[in-house]
Ligand binder design. Sequence first.
Ligand SMILES: [Zn+2]
Length: 59
Amino acid sequence: MPYAIRCGDVMPGCAAEFHADEESDLLDHIVRHATEAHADVELTPATRSAVQEAIRRVA
Ligand SMILES: [Zn+2]
């Protein structure tokens, strides 16, 4: 699971954390999570790039 993201890095106060083998899978997870848990947050290009910047490579 080399890719990880903490939702709280993009949406302060959220404790959700995701791991995936592929960056694109990770994006799918976070988009699904955002749709369910942050329905009030619009997924703008700025939000997407903030999400991409928050993605970390874990070993
Ligand atoms: Zn979240």
